[in-house]
Design a protein around this ligand. Structure first.
Ligand code: AMP
Ligand code: MN
Ligand code: MN
Length: 352
């Protein structure tokens, strides 16, 4: 058995979160918020915890996220959707706010004001870059997903796992571990997966729906976007950079929604010749949502944080402004600083 990380979060933080939830009055209003453009961990952690709160007897629960109230099609069958409300309908003065998978206030968009307006704000997260906003922090940078923190809080609240909660937490865990392929897939992660599967959920069905189903238009869109991928072997201190971009016109041409591009980074990051991969997804004229990944040698969160974003050492992102080439130039410059000293383009040539 792997040992839990001592003291992160602290016993006092766990106790404060449990007490904030258990001392809610019967008619207490709870607002759950996850990050903008929610992924499987954000939505799965939030809805799974929402279903747990319902089992505790909490009746007034809203779950929401900033921006367009659009759940990506692959996540639409996840249990707990009935808790969702558009951000515009979110309670302006909830008794308790709980944030999921949110590293920084900027990821809360127009909902950030709820942090001040709510009686209490609890933050459940696993980003090392978490800025420690909000009042009660359940932030564990060693957790493979926010849903790991959610499960621990449910245990402390005495809420047993049922199939609905388990499916949400499983989607979250499978999403953030790359379907149990990344290094953070510890024995404890598999033990949690075992507890979730023991409720009877069907991993094959869930994975096919979440990861292995997309419309034909998306397949064609990926063809266009991957066709313009660039490899720069000398970038990132000689460790290599591979990147591509997708415009709003690409989406329109193939009749696809922006979330269709979320898994695109996985098709780019497999490039053997580059440690760092990037995808620029246009969100408006001169504005790009940037995804960055590293195979291990580069701390991409340093680059992302320096450019106003956040994330983890091997998976990070930020909002880039200007033309695609200007954004890539900012990344190249940032990578020069983030690359461990001693890795030079000479090392790269040695390896070739
Ligand atoms: P993504 O590439 O969107 O899958 O995001 C990878 C990681 O970077 C996630 O942990 C995100 O929370 C984080 N991230 C992505 N975009 C941003 C941003 N604009 N600001 C802060 N963190 C971000
Ligand atoms: Mn996330
Ligand atoms: Mn996450």
């Amino acid at each position: 058995m792997s040992q839990p990380t001592a003291g992160v979060p602290t016993e006092a933080e766990w106790a404060a979160a449990v007490s904030a939830i258990t001392r809610l009055p019967a008619d207490g209003r709870v607002l759950l918020i996850c990050h903008v453009n929610p992924d499987g961990d954000a939505l799965g952690s939030m809805l799974g915890f929402g279903l747990g709160l319902r089992r505790l007897g909490v009746r007034q629960i809203q779950a929401t996220f900033p921006g367009r109230p659009e759940v990506p099609e692959p996540l639409q069958a996840m249990p707990g959707q009935e808790l969702l409300v558009p951000a515009t309908a979110a309670d302006p003065d909830p008794d308790l706010v709980i944030c999921f998978d949110v590293a920084a206030v900027s990821r809360l968009g127009d909902l950030a004001d709820r942090l001040d307006r709510a009686g209490t704000a609890i933050v459940l997260d696993h980003h090392a870059s978490n800025t420690r906003f909000g009042g009660i922090h359940l932030v564990d940078p060693d957790a493979a997903a926010t849903s790991v923190v959610v499960e621990k809080l449910l245990v402390r609240l005495g809420v047993p796992l049922d199939a609905g909660i388990a499916e949400c937490l499983y989607v979250a865990l499978a999403t953030d571990t790359g379907s149990f392929r990344f290094d953070m897939t510890t024995p404890a992660v598999h033990e949690m997966a075992a507890r979730l599967l023991a409720t009877g959920i069907r991993p094959g069905e869930i994975s096919r729906r979440i990861f292995d189903t997309r419309p034909f238009g998306a397949v064609r869109l990926y063809g266009d976007v991957l066709g313009r991928t660039r490899l720069e072997p000398l970038a990132a201190g000689g460790l290599g950079l591979v990147w591509t971009y997708a415009t709003l016109d690409d989406l329109a041409r193939h009749g696809q929604r922006p979330y269709t591009l979320e898994p695109l980074i996985d098709s780019v990051r497999c490039t053997a010749e580059a440690d760092v991969s990037c995808v620029l997804k246009q969100v408006a004229e001169g504005e790009w949502a940037v995804s960055m990944r590293s195979k291990g040698a580069t701390d991409v969160s340093r680059v992302a944080v320096a450019l106003g974003g956040g994330g983890h050492r091997l998976a990070a992102g930020f909002t880039g402004y200007g033309s695609a080439s200007e954004v890539v130039e900012a990344i190249r410059a940032g990578l020069t600083d983030a690359t461990p000293s001693g890795s030079t383009s000479a090392d790269q040539q040695d390896r070739e």
